[in-house]
Design a binder for this molecule. Structure first.
Ligand SMILES: [Fe+2]
Length: 285
């Protein structure tokens, strides 16, 4: 169990616009949905109406891409205010973003850029995580990003940075198993080492996704089924943490919801769970 008692919501699916109609009309037995915060923070009307309907029927967690926790720019207070309001509106079980920066000097590149892994960056990021947690009045959960380049100035590996960051800033970890696989392949490390280095009681959620292997490097495309090596890594991580909410991401060439949910059923089989109809059906009727 993680230290904040984040519930094991089961194995959920990332909420995507193309599935709205199916979800509202068919009420599929999905355990929970992860909602991309930015898709709903600056909108009124239909998308928010849909989200309210879904939040009434399914457990929700929020996942963002714009906090830029590693940047040297000031924290965006207005963004955090909107995020807090959305979390309250959806009764989100937790709020996550990425260990990255997305811009500097007021310019946003809309990309999850890798951090320099140094003592200075660790202190800087930890202070910002504590600030964000205070503002949101809840622990922040940070996801390990997938990366393709590294800073020559880094003095430690990503896992040597993330594990102590979680301890000193008291944040949670969203361990993306696929990202750990992608990044360690791209940088020539063993993925087992990454997963084994994560403090189990800090892991509040897992991500699973497919990727595109280009021979010399892997692109984190979220466009395909989860590969066997990532399933192996997931089982390895899960054995250390026990029941932790897991989410299947699919963002390119998004298939029917049944196909994405097929990955959920596969995850259950990987963990030796029966094909029950889902936490949502039990909790929310
Ligand atoms: Fe992810």
């Amino acid at each position: 169990m993680n230290r904040w008692n984040f519930p094991d919501l089961g194995i959920g699916v990332g909420l995507r616009t193309v599935h709205f109609r199916h979800i509202l009309s068919k009420r599929p037995p999905v355990d929970w949905f992860e909602v991309l915060s930015e898709n709903f923070m600056d909108t009124e009307g239909h998308p928010l109406w849909v989200l309210d309907q879904i939040a009434e029927r399914y457990p929700i967690a929020l996942h963002g891409v714009s906090m830029s926790i590693g940047s040297t720019d000031a924290l965006d207070r207005e963004y955090l205010r909107k995020l807090k309001a959305l979390a309250a509106r959806t009764r989100a079980h937790w709020v996550s973003d990425h260990l990255c920066w997305t811009g500097v000097a007021g310019r946003n590149v809309h990309d999850l850029l890798p951090m320099p892994y140094s003592e200075e960056a660790l202190r800087h990021t930890a202070a910002r995580v504590r600030q964000v947690s205070e503002i949101l009045e809840r622990p922040l959960v940070l996801e390990n990003p997938s990366s393709y380049v590294e800073f020559a100035s880094s003095t430690m590996t990503e896992w040597e940075f993330l594990a102590p960051l979680a301890e000193v800033s008291d944040c949670g970890i969203l361990l993306d198993i696929n990202n750990a696989y992608v990044s360690t392949f791209n940088h020539g490390f063993a993925p087992n080492v990454y997963v084994d280095a994560m403090p189990p009681d800090r892991i509040g959620q897992y991500h699973l996704a497919g990727h595109t292997h280009n021979g010399s490097h892997i692109l984190d495309t979220h466009s395909d089924h989860v590969i066997d090596a990532v399933w192996d890594l997931y089982r390895r991580a899960y054995a250390r943490t026990g029941g932790v909410a897991t989410l299947v991401e699919w963002d390119e060439k998004i298939p029917e919801l049944e196909v994405v949910h097929g990955e959920v059923l596969k995850a259950r089989r990987q963990l030796g769970l029966d094909d029950r109809s889902g936490v949502a059906a039990e909790v929310y009727g």
